[in-house]
Write a protein that binds this ligand. Structure first.
Ligand SMILES: Cc1cc2nc3c(=O)[nH]c(=O)nc-3n(C[C@H](O)[C@H](O)[C@H](O)COP(=O)(O)OP(=O)(O)OC[C@H]3O[C@@H](n4cnc5c(N)ncnc54)[C@H](O)[C@@H]3O)c2cc1C
Length: 393
């Protein structure tokens, strides 16, 4: 059978690779003129590393990844440490795989290269945006944005936050705009004079804001992401969340945090969106994957990790079907995949929203956060345990 995948982001290429490893033929239909990722760093929990290992790209990525010693939360209003989690020692023993940070292009590039190593099974096609699909008697006919028509036995829509496939299956329109906006920037380490935190993944939290910093590319550059909860957005302004508002919201923070804003690129920003968790991503022989199925805010750093888990689970379900003496209909296999993924992804989406409130707390909520987080030792992983324990595939 030929499996069509709309979208060649981290989710689409992970699914393509996972399916090809099981012997399936896939055609990846990407809308853009080139495959690629926009942005800089991405955090990968041990659950994602387990997937990278299964996909056969873990070793290639270890060379460019950076492995922080701790996850540290600092209070940006007074410069004090709120909490830390040790990422080596007991953490590694418990979760087997590391916590790492990596450049998006390195991750996506390694997955793509591994797909390119299987040209007999994976066809990577650019300028091929999905417009719509029709189904008839176990066949899926895809109409592309340029009018071409392509057929396969199955379609996986991994076409991101504003998925065309999702609109045909669920039809829930535009995603939920959170009013949170991210700006990012990467600087070489020789431009960083205060190096107190550079061996860790640090999140500085303050009222309606946070700043994340970690090293990338074997530790040679520092990745900076600042996020604000925009007052201008709440006021309904047309232009909101720009660097002028970032400077305003960060104004009362400690000098280290204000100074870090000079590392932020003004080229573009990211408006953070998600959707209400919704079952029913599967229709006939078509299903959704990654952000198309369950977009999340970035507060648990798990959107791409979930997309990779999706791909591996879907391929495992398809392989089970192929090995069966009396294979179930494709739809039953896709339903099994959705069922395996739905609640875990929903928990990520809803907990991410909550964790966003925790990070951006002010007043009494901030005091309570600092008090409770301060009581937790660095080898107590209870908040992340359900995520990092990963999945059985
Ligand atoms: C600021 C920020 C920080 C983040 N940090 C992390 C993190 O640390 N860890 C983590 O795990 N996740 C993180 N995420 C989330 C992560 O980036 C996403 O969850 C992940 O990239 C989703 O991958 P995807 O392949 O499902 O979708 P996308 O990356 O959106 O890929 C979709 C692909 O489909 C293509 N496409 C779109 N429409 C069509 C169409 N109609 N037909 C064909 N192709 C189409 C697009 O061009 C794109 O290539 C972060 C997100 C943001 C915004």
């Amino acid at each position: 059978m030929t499996i069509l995948i709309a979208g060649g982001g981290i989710g689409g290429v992970s699914a393509a690779l996972a399916l090809a490893q099981k012997g399936f033929k896939v055609r990846v239909l990407e809308r853009a003129a080139e495959f690629g990722e926009i942005g800089f760093g991405i955090q990968l929990g041990p659950n994602a590393f387990a997937m990278l290992d299964r996909l056969g790209v873990r070793q290639a990525l270890e060379a460019t990844a950076f492995f922080p010693n701790n996850l540290v939360m600092q209070d940006a209003t007074n410069g004090r440490e709120v909490s830390r989690i040790h990422l080596k020692g007991a953490f590694r023993q418990k979760y087997k795989w590391p916590y790492a940070v990596i450049h998006r292009r390195d991750l996506h590039g390694a997955l793509l290269d591994a797909c390119r190593d299987k040209p007999e099974l994976v066809s990577l096609e650019t300028s091929s945006g999905l417009k719509s699909f029709k189904q008839d008697k176990g066949r899926v006919q895809v109409t592309l944005e340029d009018g071409r028509e392509i057929e396969g036995e199955m379609l996986i829509c991994a076409d991101g936050l504003r998925s065309a496939g999702r609109q045909q299956i669920i039809g829930d329109g535009e995603p939920r705009v959170s009013g949170h906006v991210a700006h990012r920037g990467v600087v070489p380490m020789d431009k960083v004079s205060d190096t107190r935190f550079v061996d860790d993944m640090v999140i500085w939290v303050g009222p309606n804001l946070h700043l994340v910093q970690y090293r990338l590319r074997g530790g040679t550059v520092l990745n900076n992401v600042c996020v604000i909860e925009s007052e201008q957005y709440k006021q309904g302004r047309e232009q909101w969340g720009g660097m002028d508002e970032v400077q305003h919201i960060f104004a009362g923070m400690v000098p280290y945090v204000r100074d870090a804003l000079s590392f932020i690129s003004t080229e573009r920003s990211w408006v953070m969106c998600d959707r209400e968790p919704t079952a029913g991503w599967t229709q006939g022989n078509v299903t959704l994957l990654g952000d198309a199925a369950h977009p999340t805010l970035q507060y648990l750093a798990q959107g791409a990790c979930m997309a990779m888990e999706d791909g591996v689970v879907l391929a495992a379900e398809m392989a089970k079907r192929a090995a069966s003496a009396s294979p179930a209909p494709v739809n039953a296999t896709l339903q099994a995949y959705e069922e395996a993924r739905y609640l875990r992804a929903a928990r990520i989406t809803l907990t991410s929203r909550f964790f966003g409130h925790v990070c951006h707390a002010g007043g009494g909520a901030r005091d309570l956060r600092n008090h409770l987080a301060g009581q937790r030792g660095p080898e107590n992983f209870f908040e992340v345990d359900w995520i990092y324990r990963g999945i059985e595939v």
